[in-house]
Every structure is written in structure tokens, then in C-alpha cells.
Design a protein around this ligand. Structure first.
Ligand code: ATP
Length: 515
């Protein structure tokens, strides 16, 4: 656990030191759970969005994109259920005055028991040569006991959440003797519901009438435009509408860096289908979305499906793709079978038909919806934590010679190539290097850098994840070749200067991810 904490701290520090993420309004001591993306962070984030957009919209001829406004008619949120049910169970500690999500306190308790199991497993693995983890977990009495505790708590939690039973949540916290993680006190208030939507006021209408919400999800902008899009693009079912945009949630517990923010970005796709086909499309999108993650080279063991224990009010099936963040397996993306809940509710409250006429069956019906929803910021955090490695410099014997390197998939890397003259005081080298930079910048983000010794410049590029460094040296002046250094292997190849742009383009092209 301590090692995980250290890794996470190093990641957060790296994000700041190298211009990926800054605390919002830092000069005023920051705003909790709000972050700004720096020069490399914004490039990486754009590449993540580009990868998602291309995979969903460009690669599917039956998915189109939209960009809906953040503000929507307030009735939208009544119909969607957010006004009445978008709540988290809140509990305050009377001594520390700290505020917590009751369900998260209980989940953290289960995580602690899970940690004990993992310790037992790790200990046993060291003891036995041909260790069979599944067998150990199912036969070891202590592990079985821990697992039974987790299962029982998980069951009580799911039932309480499904029934909106705040008294039972408090009871669970008392039964498990859960203490305030900050101060250790068990002096808790009752649990009550807390609505997560931010609101603001329209300029020209006073009072409740003019109350506007900042959207807590992008999906509703898609639902209310369903017929507009279907008619203007002449799509037939099944078809999807994709969108990337900001969402806002007044999270009670906002920690773990950009994992849980109050302002964040979602990449959502609603796939409209014939009622009754939802199981087929649920399985289909589970597989497609998992493969999207794996294509980036994310190790399979860091990704897993986790079925929802308690379903949201709109869903008949829901699963998370969880990623192993430095603080454990947590939700990265959700795949939800949303039935016809949203379209039917909007149809009812707006009194406007949101039906689809199926030319095949000659019937009109409200389509069912399969949703894939991923947080762009969580994907950013997953990408960073997967990529950041502190390693002994390859090919060096001295184990103290280490480097921090971000091993991004080249298509996601913020800067694709850095161009450096071997000697900045030599005008011919500088001119050649700047000429190559001017050529490369036409097709990708690259950098010209002559601000230090080559070794130091390499390290800086490693730390921001640049896949290729190109050095212009004295041989270049003779034979027009340059050194192309690979970030991961540190192998250097000699290539003709007029081939460099094509090589970098080819090796960093996003299409390699769709092959
Ligand atoms: P959680 O259980 O972690 O609060 P959720 O189930 O409420 O998440 P969804 O409503 O399914 O999340 O939202 C879809 C996706 O949006 C999530 O998988 C996550 O990647 C992202 N997301 C949700 N809330 C936040 C947040 N506060 N900060 C950053 N990303 C978020």
C-alpha cells in the first residue's frame, strides 16, 4: 500500500513538474477537485479524445457525432431523473466536521479487507513454487473468512443503495465500527441524500423558474436530439450518436487527483436499438470497448469487468471497465443498457413523439439504448499511470543510472519528435535542425531544442514521452543522414534526412491503433 501511495505521489508530482496538470487557481491555494491541463496535458488529452472519436465515429458508418450545449432546458433533468434521484448518501463526522460519502466509507472498509487477502496471497506465493492462486483463495480458511465478510457487507450495501435506505447505511457504518479516516472519531450524523447537480440562474427570470443546471452527464444532449439527428442523417436502427463534452458534479468526496473532479469531460455514445436486442448489443459493446483499451498496449491484467451491484434507475444491465489505478481497481468506463427509459421520459414530459418508424417491420416504437460512457480525465489518469516508469537506463550497467520515462503509445504522445543540433554554437547544424523542424511541424507536434547537452535533452523528452529524438550531427553535414533515437529501446538508427518526416508520421500514426 505504501509503495502504491509513493507511486501515485510520484505520478501527481510528475504531472505538475512536466506541464501536464496543474491545480486550478493555484495562486489562490487551488480549488478543490478542479484541475487545469498544461501544455503537454492538453495535447495528450486531445489525442485521447481524437482516438476515441475516430474509433467511434470515423470507424463506424452508423455512428455520428454531435456537440450539444452544456445548458439544457431544466425539464430535461426532471425527465432524466437527475432532479429526484441523482444523489449520493452524505454523512458528516461531528468531531472533525469532515464530510464523506457513506457508501464510499463502506467500500473503503471492504478494500481494506481485500488488502488483507492480497497480503495472504502474496505471502503464500513466496512460500510455494507451483502456487495456484485460485485454489489458495478457495481453500485457505483465513482468506475464505475475509471473503465472506466482504460478500456480506457488499450485499447489505447493495440492498441499502437500491432501496435508498439511509438508516441502513448508517447502521452498516455503526456495525462495522467505521471511524473517520482523518480523525478516528465514530461520532457520525445520520446519512442523508445529497443532490450532485450544480445550478445557476438564468439572467432574465427570477426564482425557481429560472433555475438552470450544469449538465451532470452529456448523454441527455444526445437523447433530446435523437429525432433531429436520425432524420437529418437518415440513419436506420441500429445507429449511434457520440459526443465529447464537459460535465459537472458536486462530488462530496473529491480526492485521488483527476479521478474524481467537480468539472470533468465525458466521451459518451448512445446506441439506439430495437427493443429486445439489448443483450446482444451489450455483449458487443463490452467487447469493442475493452479492445479499444487493449489496442493501446494496456496489459490485460490491469483491466477487468465489474458488474454493477445495484443498477441505476434507468438501467436493466450495467458493467464497468475497471482499471488498476495506483490506488486499486476502479471504474474507468461504464457500459449501460439504458432501456427506453430516457426517450420515454422525455416523450412524456415534452409531449413530443420520440418514436422511430422501422421500415423493416412497419412499426413505430421508442428505441432502446445501449450506452458507452468514459471519463476523459480518468482515461488520462489511466494512460499516465500506465505509461510512467522509473527504470534503469537500458544498456547501462550502472543501476543508479535511472530515468523517468512516459512510455505512451506513440499515437497518444503529446510531442511526436524532438529535433536537436549536436552543438548549438554551430550555425550549420542549427540551420539544418531548424529546417527539419519546419518540415516536421507541418504534419505533427514536434519540438526544436538546443538548450542543453544532448544527454540532458534526451532525458527531458523521455519525461514527456516523446517517442523519437532526432539529432543533427557533423555527419549530417556530410551525408544528409540523422540519428533517430527510439524512446523505449534507446536504439539509434541512421536515416536519410528526407525520409525522417515520413518515418515519424508512419510510426506515430493513429491508424496503427485501428488495424
Ligand atoms: P463513480 O461511481 O466513480 O462516481 P459513476 O458511476 O457515477 O462513477 P457514470 O455516471 O457512469 O460514473 O459516468 C461515466 C464515466 O464518467 C465514469 O466511468 C467516469 O469515467 C467518468 N466520471 C464520472 N464522474 C466523474 C468525476 N467526478 N470525475 C471524473 N470522471 C468522472
Amino acid at each position: 500500500m505504501a509503495q502504491q501511495n509513493d507511486k501515485f505521489k510520484a505520478l501527481v508530482a510528475h504531472c505538475k513538474e512536466y506541464g501536464f496538470i496543474y491545480q486550478s487557481s493555484e495562486i489562490y491555494d487551488g480549488l478543490s477537485a478542479v484541475y487545469d491541463y498544461g501544455p503537454y496535458g492538453s495535447l495528450l488529452k486531445n489525442n485521447i479524445k481524437d482516438y476515441w472519436w475516430k474509433a467511434m465515429v470515423q470507424m463506424h458508418d452508423n455512428i455520428v457525432g454531435i456537440d450539444a450545449a452544456i445548458f439544457m432546458h431544466p425539464k430535461t433533468w426532471k425527465a432524466s431523473g437527475h432532479v429526484d434521484a441523482f444523489n449520493d448518501p452524505l454523512i458528516d463526522n461531528k468531531d472533525s466536521k469532515k464530510r464523506y460519502r457513506a457508501d464510499v466509507l463502506i467500500e473503503d472498509y471492504m478494500d481494506k479487507i481485500e488488502g488483507k487477502i492480497n497480503k495472504e496471497v502474496a505471502r503464500a506465493r513466496k512460500r510455494f513454487d507451483d502456487f495456484d492462486e485460485a485454489m489458495f483463495r478457495s481453500t485457505n480458511e483465513r482468506v475464505k473468512g475475509y471473503q465472506a465478510q466482504i460478500d456480506e457487507v457488499a450485499k447489505r450495501l447493495a440492498t441499502a443503495m437500491t432501496n435508498n435506505d439511509m438508516a441502513e447505511l448508517k447502521q452498516i457504518i455503526e456495525d462495522l465500527q467505521i471511524a473517520d479516516p482523518e480523525g478516528g472519531s465514530r461520532n457520525w450524523t445520520d446519512v442523508r441524500q445529497f443532490n450532485l447537480m450544480f445550478h445557476t440562474q438564468l439572467g432574465n427570470i427570477a426564482g425557481e423558474e429560472g433555475k438552470l443546471y450544469l449538465r451532470p452527464e452529456t448523454a441527455q444532449g444526445i437523447f433530446v436530439n435523437f429525432l433531429n439527428v436520425q432524420k437529418t442523417t437518415r440513419q436506420k436502427l441500429p445507429f449511434g450518436i457520440a459526443q465529447i463534452g464537459k460535465a459537472f458534479r458536486n462530488e462530496i468526496v473529491a480526492r485521488q487527483f483527476i479521478f474524481r473532479m467537480r468539472e470533468f469531460e465525458q466521451m459518451e455514445m448512445q446506441f439506439f436499438i430495437q427493443p429486445g436486442t439489448q443483450k446482444k448489443w451489450y455483449d458487443y459493446w463490452k467487447e469493442v470497448r475493452l479492445n479499444w483499451h487493449k489496442a493501446l498496449g494496456t496489459p490485460a491484467e490491469k483491466l477487468r469487468f465489474h458488474d454493477h451491484d445495484n443498477l441505476a434507475h434507468y438501467a436493466d444491465a450495467a458493467v464497468d471497465i475497471q482499471f488498476q489505478f495506483p490506488f486499486g481497481f476502479k471504474e474507468l468506463e461504464g457500459i449501460h443498457s439504458r432501456t427506453d427509459f430516457d426517450l420515454s421520459s422525455h416523450q412524456e414530459l415534452s409531449s413530443k413523439k420520440l418514436m422511430y418508424f422501422d421500415p423493416a417491420t412497419k412499426e413505430s416504437y421508442v428505441p432502446y439504448v445501449l450506452e458507452t460512457s468514459i471519463g476523459c480525465d480518468r482515461m488520462f489518469l489511466a494512460t499516465m499511470s500506465n505509461a510512467l516508469i522509473n527504470e534503469q537506463v537500458p544498456g547501462q550497467d550502472d543501476e543508479n543510472n535511472r530515468r523517468d520515462v512516459l512510455k505512451f503509445h506513440p499515437a497518444l504522445a503529446p510531442i511526436k519528435a524532438a529535433i536537436m543540433p549536436l552543438k548549438r554554437t554551430n550555425p550549420e547544424l542549427v540551420e539544418k535542425a531548424k529546417g527539419l523542424f519546419d518540415e516536421l511541424k507541418l504534419s505533427c507536434h514536434c519540438q526544436y531544442d538546443d538548450t542543453g547537452a544532448i544527454g540532458k535533452l534526451y532525458r527531458r523528452q523521455d519525461a514527456i514521452g516523446t517517442p523519437f529524438c532526432i539529432t543533427i550531427d557533423f555527419d549530417t553535414l556530410e551525408d544528409n543522414t540523422v540519428t533517430l533515437r527510439d524512446r523505449d529501446t534507446l536504439k539509434q538508427e541512421r536515416v536519410a534526412i528526407d525520409k525522417v518526416a515520413a518515418i515519424v508520421r508512419e510510426r506515430t500514426d493513429m491508424s496503427t491503433l485501428f488495424a
